[in-house]
Design a protein around this ligand. Sequence first.
Ligand SMILES: *Cc1c(COP(=O)(O)O)cnc(C)c1O
Length: 392
Amino acid sequence: MTFRSGRHFLQLPGPTNVPDRILRAMDRPPIDHRGPEFGEMVKGILTGLKELFRASEHVFVYPASGSGSWEAALVNTLSVGDRVVRFDGGHFSETWGTVAEALGLTVDVLPCDWRRPVDSTALEEHLNADEGHEIKAVLLTHNETSTGVKNDIQGVRTAIDQASHPALLMVDAVSSLCAMELLHDEWGVDVTITGSQKGLMLPPGLSFAAVSRKALEAHERAGLARYYWDWTAILASNERGFFPYTPATNLLYGLEEALSMLREEGLANTLRRHDRLAKATRAAVAAWGLENFCLEESGFSSAQTTVKMPDGTDADALRKIILERFDMSLGSGLGKLKGQVFRIGHLGDINELTVAGTLCGVEMGLKMAGVPHRPGGVGAALEVWSTEGGGA
Ligand SMILES: *Cc1c(COP(=O)(O)O)cnc(C)c1O
């Protein structure tokens, strides 16, 4: 291994950079997870999570990556043979569908353009056609991390309501929570899931599911086999600040610190910071003469920008040069986008200068890799932040 000075730039849309404060908070011995000190800590964390998700019922915490909450959302609310519907919006919505099929659910897929937000009119028509209400849940990815397209949760909620359909609305907010507004109760979401390693600034290893009263009621009737993910058992333990099994104690130390940091900044400011960093990143991409993979402004993501490579150039060759020369990791193209795009993560513990450094690395990489582009992307980003309003 070559020695690398300075910090590695982890500019993926997850895992994201973990702040020193969180690393330090985790650097403590685990305590008795059935003792009084632990119970008090967890009660505080659960209250903090409800504030963060804007969810008044409950937020479940699992020692699992984000995928664990995909499974938890389904097994706790549905029964074998139930139908669910998802949009074909990208790699992550596809994978959630694969999880559903593996559990014995029937998955309807609504075709989509991967470069645009999902079409809620198509959903409304699909639900109208389901007169017998066989469809039990709508699965939606808020920020489709493979494409960098943000979907309109409220639009999807409205489509379900227009069709007067009782299906649950389940939202994958793994890469959007803390980067883009998400009001679980107010927007009528039934299950919102997320993971620890993106906007929450933690290492990988925790996942979350905020639930509605309606989701808890569906849970009473749901027949899918479950044990580890079971809400009933967890709810009973959570009342005293405990879990039915050994939790990831050190990640919970980190989570407690992350919630403090988010409270100090104020969530509205956190969201504005992400908007500002995203806006300047898009300005850089446009100045380079490259294409934002997302073609519609309403779908622009504040968590990441996905850049489409000019035809005949390879995103992975570019990422390799940037990693080897500048010690920076960028996101790769997933699934059918392999080699065609790269993804710049701008979420979590970052600021203008972090993103400026990131864009410098990309601009130098483009030149070194011989990718046709115009110089001046970095300058365009700096211009956004240094003019009146600072990109806000
Ligand atoms: C990262 C991510 C996941 C998967 O999470 P894992 O922690 O890798 O299991 C799911 N959905 C979205 C939208 C993601 O960005």
